[in-house]
Design a protein around this ligand. Structure first.
Ligand code: ATP
Ligand code: MG
Length: 603
């Protein structure tokens, strides 16, 4: 059984490492990585490279020491030092190499984890800045996965580039110098080989990148599909559709494996070519050294040194080829993750956006035109004035645009044309955060976090005291059901509040609104899931809350809004009737008909 008690307490960090993100993060893999290297990790990377370079230098040193040892053992002329000293030196290089390799991996581990946490943190902050449309088009499970992938791939690429550059630099410079000294006629061909080899690897690896990205996309699609099914586990069970879901996931899994097989195959081909070339290079160098040793041009010790060095170089070339595969795979993953997570924010504060100052709470809407991205037009030339402190009841058939109206007040979607003013300030010109500070909303389907009921209530005001939380819970009639649970306010409500009943969820959302104490109150079917008695009790508390505030309350059950100052009847994005309850009822129009139906017991 998973333990959810860890979720019951949230202790936010008071002092994040970095300030909130203001600008966008770079969207291409190298620029993104460079951004992090520059911003605080440059020293780390240099030290990582220094450690690996030292370990590589020690490795090459081994060949030299071994060569000298062989010469002293073979009593070659000119080798005056005691073989035991060379033997001790050989052991010392082994030990030093080992120590540096471990220092490198320990430090790399530390750097990678620190950097990964920082990338998680900043991508997460960026992700939360997206507009609703972005989230409506994405699978939320896959998004969290992409943040993790981006962070892991970034640190892997840095490690790859840093360590290989350092190793190669040392190995090739040292080997180059030694070849130049011992077998100068080989140096030009060796260099030509290495340049050709690197160019060929880069060319082949470039093709790998496309395969890697395709594989990453297929993998995210499969994850998205799977998380969508898991999120709807209850529907799956309700329609006994587990087998169906399994079968519909299968094509996604097949596509993912096919893409991965393509990637692996391409990589294998590439490695085969690179391995063969490196073998040829090794054999050629070794043959030359061998011939020189046979004719006595070089000593046996020099021969030993050269051959062990060539083996090191060839081994490094092979590793390079193998790692190139990992490198491009991660580059593909990173590129796909950044494309998704770092898509431009659709709704951003305009430059110089000011803080919304709500003093009275008057709302004015001028010539509003709005359609959803798929072309569904909701409002055309819509105008409305809501006086400060006015309590508006908004009614109308399903799909009339009531919830959309509230979303537009909250600037959730870009308008086609028109202006929405709160106390004379255009909502387009104020900061998104300050706009949201001005509203207390009880949405049609209130969101709940998989955290304690206390945290869920206090979400609207995290600094609220326990007494304030309990007072809000009492007003919203939550206290009754919370206090009878063995864990009380620490009870974790489950994902999306699934461990609460629909009415309980609504009451938690109402408690949140009570606690927030904002100047404008937005209620979207706030009490629709409550039984008549609970609704009656909460109505009294809500009426108290409404005092002195501007209120927009949407309801299908007309009895809940009949006491409002003005009732607007919305149909097809237009106000077709408006007035007080009694007047509308007597007018005999749409509202009167609705009222008649409900009073007649249809609802
Ligand atoms: N994200 C969206 N993309 C496209 N169309 C949408 C989106 N959200 C809502 N709509 C459409 O906009 C119209 C208005 O929806 P809205 O949710 O505002 O209706 P409502 O009056 O609140 O209805 P209800 O009483 O059922 O809650 C509907 O036709 C709906 O299908
Ligand atoms: Mg609605």
């Amino acid at each position: 059984m998973p333990d959810d008690s860890r979720l019951s307490v949230i202790t936010p960090t008071t002092n994040p490492d970095t300030p909130p993100l203001v600008g966008a993060l770079p969207r291409t893999p190298f620029a993104f990585i460079w951004h992090y290297m520059r911003g605080g990790f440059r020293g780390h990377v240099v030290l990582m490279m220094a450690l690996i370079a030292t370990s590589s230098a020690v490795d090459t040193g081994q060949s030299y020491v071994l060569g000298q040892l062989v010469n002293t053992l073979a009593h070659t002329a000119g080798s005056s030092v005691n073989p035991v000293a060379w033997f001790a030196a050989l052991c010392a290089t082994w030990l030093t190499g080992y120590l540096f390799t471990h220092a490198y991996s320990t430090f790399t581990n530390y750097t990678q984890m620190t950097m990964r946490a920082r990338i998680h943190d900043e991508l997460f902050a960026y992700l939360l800045g997206h507009a609703p449309r972005y989230f409506l088009d994405q699978a939320s499970g896959a998004l969290a996965h992409k943040i993790r992938v981006a962070a892991q791939s970034s640190v892997t690429v840095i490690d790859y580039v840093g360590s290989n550059l350092a190793k190669f630099a040392v190995l090739f410079v040292v080997t180059g110098l030694i070849i130049a000294r011992n077998a100068p006629d080989l140096i030009w061909l060796s260099m030509a080989f290495l340049i050709g080899f690197t160019a060929l690897s880069a060319f082949m690896a470039q093709r790998l990148r496309g395969y890697a990205k395709a594989s990453s996309i297929a993998s995210s699609e499969q994850t998205a599909r799977m998380s969508d099914t898991v999120a709807n586990w209850d529907v799956v069970r309700g329609f006994a559709a587990a087998d169906f879901e399994r079968r519909t996931l299968r094509p996604f899994s097949d596509r993912e494996s096919a893409a991965f097989i393509d990637l692996r195959l391409a990589a294998t081909k590439m490695r085969l070519v690179l391995h063969t070339l490196s073998f040829g290079f090794l054999a050629w160098l070794a043959w030359n050294a061998f011939s020189a040793a046979r004719t006595g041009t070089i000593t046996v010790g020099a021969f030993t040194m050269l051959v062990t060095l060539f083996m090191l170089v060839a081994g490094q070339i092979r590793t390079f080829g193998d790692q190139l595969f990992v490198y491009f795979e991660h580059l593909g993953l990173l590129s796909d993750a950044l494309d998704t997570v770092l898509a431009p924010h659709e709704i951003v504060d305009v430059p110089g956006a000011v803080t919304l100052q709500v003093t009275r709470g008057a709302i004015d809407i001028h010539d509003l035109n709005f359609a959803y991205a798929d072309g569904t037009t909701v409002f055309a030339d819509f105008n409305l004035h809501i006086a400060a402190g006015e309590r508006i009841g908004l009614v109308g058939p399903s799909g009339a645009g009531k919830s959309t109206f509230i979303k537009l007040l909250r600037r959730q979607f870009p308008l086609r044309t028109g202006r929405i003013l709160i106390d004379g300030q255009d909502v387009a010109g104020v900061t998104w955060d300050s706009l949201h500070h001005s509203f207390a909303e009880v949405p049609q389907s209130p969101g709940m976090f998989h955290r304690s009921v206390r945290d869920n209530i206090a979400y609207s005001r995290p600094d609220a005291s326990e007494a304030e939380i309990v007072a809000a819970a009492k007003m919203a009639h939550c206290h009754e059901f919370i206090s009878v649970r063995p864990t009380g306010y620490d009870s974790v409500v489950g994902e999306k509040g699934m461990k609460l009943s629909g009415g309980e969820r609504q009451r938690v959302a109402i408690a949140r609104a009570f606690l927030k104490n904002a100047p404008v109150l937005l209620l979207d079917e706030a009490t629709s899931s409550l039984d008549s008695e609970a609704e009656h009790l909460i109505q009294d508390a809500l009426l108290a809350l409404m005092r002195g505030r501007t209120v927009i309350a949407i309801a299908h059950r007309l009895s809940t809004i009949m006491h409002m100052d003005r009732i607007l009847v919305l149909d097809g994005g237009k106000i077709v009737e408006q007035g007080r309850h009694e007047d509308l009822r007597r007018a005999g129009g749409v509202y009167a008909k609705l009222w008649q139906h409900q009073a007649g017991g249809f609802i």
